[in-house]
Every structure is written in C-alpha cells, then in structure tokens.
Design a protein around this ligand. Sequence first.
Ligand code: COA
Length: 197
Amino acid sequence: METSDHPALADRSFTRKTPGMEFEFRPLAEDDLATMHRWLNDPAVVRWWEGDDVSWEGVVRDYAPDREPDSQEHYIAALDGEDVGWISCGPVADWPDESIEWSELGADEEVGGIDYLIGDPDRRGQGVGSAMIRAFVRDIAFGEHHEWTQVGADPAEDNSGSWGALASVGFRQLGTYGDDDGEWRVMVFDRSQLSSD
Ligand SMILES: CC(C)(COP(=O)(O)OP(=O)(O)OC[C@H]1O[C@@H](n2cnc3c(N)ncnc32)[C@H](O)[C@@H]1OP(=O)(O)O)[C@@H](O)C(=O)NCCC(=O)NCCS
C-alpha cells in the first residue's frame, strides 16, 4: 500500500514547507519505520510512551502506513533536509478517555490532538521542538483540518520539556487530570491565535 492510500491521509498534499522556516512535513512512510523504531527506543523518549509496545512489531502495528485504519496522521519532520522528528495529529473525539477529560476542562468540541518527539538527543533543548510544533500547528493541524477550532496536547505533568515547548509556542494550560498512568497537563492553542502568532 502506498503512503497516500491510508484513509486518514487520502487526498492531501503531502509535502508542505513552512514559509520562512525550513521545516518540511511528510507522511510517515514504510521507509521511515526503522528510524521511528530507533527514536522510540531512546529511554528519554519511551519513558513518556506509557507502556506502549515499541518493539519492531509494535512500531509497525501502530505507525505503518498500511496499519489498521485509524484517524491518526503521522508525519516525519525534516529541518534543512534532515529528518529531526515525528509529529502526529488526530481528532481528540476519537481518543475515548482523553476526550471526556479535555471536555470537562473546557476544550473545544472540534479539537485536534498532537504528539511529537525530536529524535536526536543532541537536538533537544535548543528550540527545535517548539519551532517544529509551531510550524506543524499552522501548516498541518489547522492548515489541513478546517473543522478544528483548537489544537491541544496533554503531556505528563512531569514532562516539563514537553509542556515548556508548548508554552513557548503559545499554548495555554486548561488544567490537569489524573488516571492510572499519571497526571496530565492539558494545553491548547486556539485557531484565533494564528493571526497574532
Ligand atoms: C518534548 C520535545 C519535543 C521538546 O522539544 P525541544 O526541542 O527539546 O524543546 P525546546 O528546546 O523547543 O524547548 C522549548 C521550551 O521549553 C522549555 N523547556 C525545555 N526543557 C524544559 C524543562 N526541562 N523544564 C521547563 N521548560 C523547559 C525551554 O526553555 C523552551 O522555552 P523558551 O522557548 O521559553 O526558552 C523534546 O524534548 C523531546 O523529543 N522529548 C522526548 C519525547 C517527548 O517527551 N515527547 C512529548 C511527549 S508528550
């Protein structure tokens, strides 16, 4: 199956450049799975994946373009031609547990959720992650999903690198919620912030 065959990515323009920045987002393809497997097996990344199966089989099952169809879209972010990270989005309404919690904290009904990582440990903590999120929110999340009025994420309360990156993009905290896996900080960015961004 070609990347573009995945239902969640059908009929999209696949490569988007952010004017003035060098980020390029392309749908995660079969050829990217080995990189994704390596990135996810970094202990500094997998500690935030809450017990997800990051074996080769698990990565293929969850990220391959021909996986069981779902509404999540996975992209590889390239900066100056180098693959630096993964970033993903999908309607929070399709995440059963989160959508109830987010809604109780006041998130919009039409909210898209994002998740992300910077692959090379040496590139973290230098502003690359927040720049990647900023470009993705504008060009892909809002740019490709006209129904979304808001984009959000719910990093772990103790993942200060993640919510720090969101805060520097302009996301605001709606609140926190807890479940069996920990405490989560819900942060959102409104479409109306784009013009003043
Ligand atoms: C989360 C991640 C993508 C952030 O990218 P990054 O490039 O490291 O983050 P940045 O350098 O852009 O940091 C952005 C902001 O967060 C702040 N920040 C970074 N680390 C921080 C920390 N430990 N505590 C508080 N703030 C922090 C920075 O000061 C910066 O704020 P500023 O722009 O106001 O100076 C990256 O660290 C990563 O891949 N982590 C492992 C995977 C992960 O946690 N994914 C998210 C799961 S929810």
